[in-house]
Design a protein around this ligand. Structure first.
Ligand SMILES: C[S@@+](CC[C@H](N)C(=O)[O-])C[C@H]1O[C@@H](n2cnc3c(N)ncnc32)[C@H](O)[C@@H]1O
Length: 439
């Protein structure tokens, strides 16, 4: 008898827990995603993989991974930057603060596209980006203007997509199939991202040069300054939450904002791109059990998979963990969104959490039970979103509710509009006369 899991179709951990393989699950993921060939840039720059920000040789990384010329070459790439940036604006619109402004810092900025867009659209005054290697200073700004002009045309294609989507795919013509699958609208990107912004997104105007004012090549933990807005797009998971929230708090002025878009470890296939022979393989085992499982079942990919696994914040925080950690550093969440992938599978990815929950309820339940043994207090709702968008505000920790403060709040709630000017009162009287006659 053999104990080879790939022929028995089941794997038992050292402590005796057995996982049955789901037939075809592994092959499905290999076909649609495949294993990464190398993750050297991830491993060499990851604070989590290194164990400490100080354990990384930043000078070597900068020399090795910086690029002289960068740009946004395709509409797909452009849309994938526009939507997350616009989601930040939507978050502000949900709050009483309405819009961002002032000096902004983007942590792990890559090419700095998110900040450049905020600057170009006229929302921030100063754009500062930091990353450990430089993909920023040689960025071709004119590529953003070019892409933005093309982007605005997509609204017509999106309207067509909405009409086509009302019919079952079996009735689509060849042209309709191409419009649905090839035109990179915001609607199409939403399937990969889990948030579909309103069509106002197509009205955004490039009002200023989408430029960065300053790029810092270095480690965020060694950087000191003060900002009105700090952002982190797809970079928070690169740091232990406790340390990065403390750092962000120290970089923010009182009343400043922190916007984060962060991927969720507990999604069926997260940004580590790690998958196995059954749903939630990485989430339902401890790291050492998962390591042994990968070694036994996918030995040729073991190194890459475990390197990729290790880039992620080892605390594997839930939304509640992120909020609690932020609060401990004076950051109060103003609004948040859980981005749930709408389809059962990602276009170029694996089965989504929603897919598992809908297609295999018993499978989801057993994954949830297992995951709870790895992470105390985990809830099923923590396993569904692909990512979180959260807007925090840094608030002073020494204020208290008292009668004076409550009186000030009462006063502000009773505000009346200023007395009408003569012209306004004529307009008001004219308006009500017209309304009474025709209304
Ligand atoms: C997934 S990328 C996101 C890039 C960009 N925000 C975007 O959305 O395209 C994460 C970035 O964080 C950067 N990073 C990692 N550790 C860092 C550190 N200690 N200080 C500054 N940036 C860091 C990485 O170099 C990488 O560019």
């Amino acid at each position: 008898m053999t104990n080879d899991p790939n022929s028995t179709g089941r794997y038992s951990t050292a402590s005796g827990k057995t996982f049955d393989f789901v037939p075809g699950f592994y092959d499905f993921h290999v076909r649609h995603y495949g294993h990464r060939k190398s993750v050297s840039n991830v491993v060499e720059t990851s604070v989590n993989a290194a164990g400490d920000p100080g354990a990384i040789d930043y000078a070597t990384i900068r020399a090795k991974f910086s690029r002289e010329r960068t740009s946004v070459k395709t509409l797909v790439d452009y849309v994938s930057r526009v939507v997350p940036t616009y989601q930040l604006l939507e978050a502000f619109a949900d709050t009483r603060f309405a819009r961002p402004g002032g000096r902004a810092l983007d942590i792990g900025c890559g090419r700095g596209v998110h900040l450049r867009l905020l600057k170009g659209w006229g929302y921030i005054d100063e754009a500062v980006g930091i990353d450990v290697y430089d993909h920023c200073t040689g960025f071709d700004e004119s590529s953003l203007d070019r892409m933005h002009r093309r982007f605005k045309w997509l609204r017509y294609a999106e309207a067509m997509q909405d009409r086509i989507a009302a019919k079952p795919p079996s009735q689509w013509s060849e042209i309709e199939y191409l419009i649905m699958n090839r035109v990179p609208t915001v609607r199409k990107f939403a399937a990969d991202y889990g948030h579909r912004p309103g069509s106002d997104i197509y009205r955004l105007k490039m009002k200023r040069r989408p430029s960065m004012d300053r790029f810092v090549a270095g480690n965020v933990f060694e950087f000191e300054d003060r900002f009105d807005l700090v952002t982190s797009f797809a970079s928070l998971d690169w740091f232990p939450a406790e340390r990065i929230f403390g750092k962000v708090s120290s970089l923010l002025a009182d009343g400043g904002f922190f916007y984060v878009w962060v991927t969720n470890w507990w999604h069926a296939m997260n940004t580590t791109n790690v998958f196995g022979h059954f749903p939630f393989a990485a989430q339902r085992m401890t790291k050492s059990d998962f390591d042994a499982y990968v070694r036994a079942t996918m030995p040729e990919h073991h190194e890459t998979i475990m390197n990729s696994y290790s880039y992620f914040d080892p605390g594997h925080p839930t939304l509640a963990d992120l909020v609690d950690t932020a609060r401990a550093h004076g950051l109060v969440p103003l609004t948040w969104k859980q981005n749930v992938l709408p389809d059962v599978a990602r276009p170029r990815g694996g089965l989504s959490s929603l897919g598992v929950a809908q297609l295999d309820q018993a499978g989801f339940s057993s994954a949830y039970e297992d995951a709870q043994t790895v992470k105390t207090g985990l809830r099923a709702v923590d396993m569904l979103p692909y990512s979180y968008s959260i807007l925090f505000q840094k608030t002073r920790q020494d204020t208290k509710l008292d009668t004076d403060r409550l009186a000030a709040i009462s006063e502000s709630m009773q505000q009346r509009p200023r007395a009408d000017s003569a012209a306004a009162s004529v307009i008001r009287r004219l308006g009500s006369a017209i309304y009474n006659r025709f209304g």
